[in-house]
Design a protein around this ligand. Structure first.
Ligand SMILES: C[S@@+](CC[C@H](N)C(=O)[O-])C[C@H]1O[C@@H](n2cnc3c(N)ncnc32)[C@H](O)[C@@H]1O
Ligand SMILES: [Zn+2]
Length: 270
């Protein structure tokens, strides 16, 4: 059994896996779920009983990802990682593990892990990617040893720069993905009469040096059930009139554009 750099959320000691549970030396124990993830959120640290995406959103996300929605993005991230040490990679706020899975496939000798605050997301990820350790955890309190990771990835999920800096080794790489201003403009043009561009994300993580920004921009065609799923995994699902949603859900296929910004940062060497 490989050893993973998980630590106990209660006492911060190293966790070891034994059968279907993780243990620390102080006897705290965390069972693996049926699908294989471990929940490392302490009950009193949860802000709601079921934080993160709900089951309907997760189902939509899985369908869209299975249709290859992230293939070009994850391929770009993997191309970038070729240029840096990448023996250990943690995908923070990994969702259903779409990027995590593609990175692990590209670097089978690396220890690639994923964490997400949503149990539903971790469950879907663990079901699909049996060889990847997934945990339920908040990115502001990662149950992972300090300076244990070569690479941290955070795609469309909240960034906690100080905590990410703790977990990354000196000189480690932090990859942050944000939607570009034109992301899904094609879809918005179908949904709305006067579509607007996305606001530019200008947040920069403190304590990191930006190395470069790369862009992924191409088209994606959704067919059948993937059409409604694509919309359900966006905020537009909640901000669009019912009749407009119904009109688009009835479309047998829909082509829209993807546009992502991939920002590459480095933690200082000392
Ligand atoms: C838009 S999804 C992106 C998921 C995945 N990275 C992807 O690109 O498909 C945002 C994810 O962030 C997770 N999330 C939100 N707040 C979080 C937090 N504080 N810590 C960890 N994950 C969080 C959500 O549960 C959700 O899975
Ligand atoms: Zn403990």
């Amino acid at each position: 059994m490989p050893t993973y750099p998980f630590i106990c959320p209660k006492c911060k000691e190293k966790l070891s896996i034994n059968g279907h549970s993780y243990y620390c030396e102080n006897g705290h124990c965390y069972d693996l779920s049926k699908s294989g993830y471990v929940n490392l959120v302490l009950v009193n640290n949860k802000h709601s009983a079921d934080p993160g995406d709900n089951k309907e959103m997760i189902k939509a996300r899985v369908l869209v990802m299975n249709a290859g929605y992230y293939d070009s993005l994850a391929g770009k991230i993997a191309d970038i990682l070729e240029g840096y040490p990448h023996s250990s990679v943690l995908d923070c706020g990994c969702g259903v593990g779409s990027v995590t899975g593609i990175i692990q496939k590209r670097f089978p000798n690396a220890l690639v892990m994923g964490s997400d605050i949503s149990k539903n997301a971790a469950d879907a990820a663990a079901k699909k990617y049996k060889d990847i350790p997934f945990c339920v955890a908040s990115s502001n309190d990662l149950p992972v040893e300090s300076e244990s990771q070569d690479v941290l990835i955070c795609a469309f999920a909240p960034v906690f720069a100080e905590e990410f800096g703790r977990v990354l080794r000196p000189g480690g790489i932090f990859i942050r993905v944000v939607p570009d201003v034109m992301h899904l403009y094609g879809l918005k043009s179908i949904l709305y009469e006067n579509p607007r561009k996305n606001e530019k994300d200008t947040e920069e993580p403190a304590g990191f040096e930006k190395i470069k920004t790369e862009y992924v921009a191409d088209d994606f065609t959704a067919t059948g059930e993937v059409v409604s799923s694509l919309i359900k995994m966006t905020p537009y699902y909640y901000h669009t009139k019912k009749e407009d949603l119904e009109r688009v859900f009835a479309m047998p296929s829909l082509t829209t554009n993807r546009a992502f910004e991939v920002r590459v940062y480095k933690k200082s060497e000392n």
